[in-house]
Design a protein around this ligand. Structure first.
Ligand code: KG4
Ligand code: ZN
Length: 341
């Protein structure tokens, strides 16, 4: 690999304000992530208005620190600027997008908008530069649950997706219901370690059918079970819920690998930080004789290194984005042909 130039990446699609510098390789030279967890925790979830304002306050120092740690002090300090242009919260996306355009204009360097979902796919690549295609990627985040066949960089085929809630959203909702706070995924993961996963038999929706997912029934089943057994330990509820989600994710991902003849299974997105999912994917891939690509924790959750890497690849294979590029809160992953936008 080696996509070329030195890229500053900016990510502000949700509740992390992040900047990173990525060199050819792609090689992460610096990566700074300022989390807004403390800001949103008392509201039990991300408050879009507060997130946008916090991005405005945090982005200038975060970018300065990323450049500083990278020793990028030239004029211009980098060769290009890449930024998440969707999907995400519109107010948050606009902060990063405007900032990136202003820097690109001031430095007179190319500017490129990056799809956040493509960024998550590149996160795996930063950790496993030797990966081989085709690969099935299980992309599981707060807003998305998708099985994507990556036939090569930029060539994506959607194999399946959630019909209702995203996996991360289910974790967050169940955590809130159990009073475990925000962000929900890590809280459920932690408490589930002390619970009995067999304490409740929660549904595994669409388990025998196709590659799509559904998690809204599971969330309702958790609420019903707690109403019926209000004294049940939260750890048991969390453990039984978590194993139900992971069972479905792993079964469908294996089915996708089998159906496509992929050489490996790759995890991406915030839910890829889940300890049970990571373990079960490793075990399943070992059994099936395919590569398990489980990214480091830092590369699971939102960061700007993955955006810079995706932007670097986009710039090496196509034109820069026009400065008129807008933010798209529901941007879809550019699927199939891999032709640069
Ligand atoms: O990719 P990400 O950082 O942001 C989005 O693009 O959505 O994913 C955030 C999601 C949240 O729903 C969070 O609860 C979930 O990832 N998450 C986890 C864990 N860590 C983060 N879910 C389950 N187990 C975890 N350990
Ligand atoms: Zn994300």
């Amino acid at each position: 690999m080696t996509f070329g130039p030195l890229v500053l990446g900016i990510e502000t699609s949700c509740d992390e304000t992040a900047a990173a510098v990525v060199a050819p390789g792609p090689l992460v030279v610096s990566s700074v992530v300022a989390s807004q967890i403390d800001l949103h925790a008392r509201f039990g979830g991300v408050v879009p208005e507060l997130a946008g304002r916090a991005h405005i306050e945090l982005l200038t120092p975060v970018v300065a620190e990323a450049l500083d740690r990278a020793g990028a002090s030239g004029s211009p300090p980098v060769d290009a600027v890449a930024v998440t242009c969707g999907p995400g919260l519109i107010g948050s996306l606009l902060v990063g997008l405007s900032h990136a355009k202003a820097l690109a204009m001031a430095w007179e360097v190319p500017f490129v908008g990056v799809n956040h979902l493509e960024g998550h796919l590149f996160a795996a690549l930063l950790d496993h530069p030797d990966l081989e295609w085709p690969l099935v990627v299980l992309l599981v985040s707060g807003g998305h649950t998708m099985l994507v066949l990556v036939e090569g960089l930029g060539r994506y085929r959607l194999l399946g997706q959630t019909l209702d809630d995203a996996a991360g959203e289910a974790f967050d909702k169940v955590a809130r219901y159990l009073g475990l706070g925000y962000p929900g995924g890590p809280a459920v993961d932690r408490i589930a370690a002390e619970g009995d996963p067999d304490a409740f038999a929660f549904p595994r929706a669409l388990m025998e059918e196709g590659l799509d997912f559904s998690f809204s029934g599971l969330k309702t089943a958790v609420v019903r079970a707690v109403e019926k057994a209000p004294d049940a330990p939260s750890a048991d509820v969390a453990a039984a819920f978590q194993v139900a989600v992971v069972d479905v994710l792993v079964a469908k991902a294996r089915r996708a690998v089998g159906a496509t003849g992929a050489k490996g299974l790759c995890l991406a997105g915030g839910v890829a930080a889940n300890s049970l999912l990571r373990r079960r994917v490793e075990e399943a891939c070992h059994k099936d004789g395919v590569a398990a690509l489980v990214p480091s924790m830092a590369m699971c959750t939102d960061n700007a290194a993955m955006i810079a890497a995706a932007g670097q690849w986009r710039l090496a294979h196509g034109p820069a984005s026009p400065l008129s590029l807008g933010a798209d809160p529901s941007l879809f992953l550019g699927l199939t042909d891999g032709a640069p936008r």
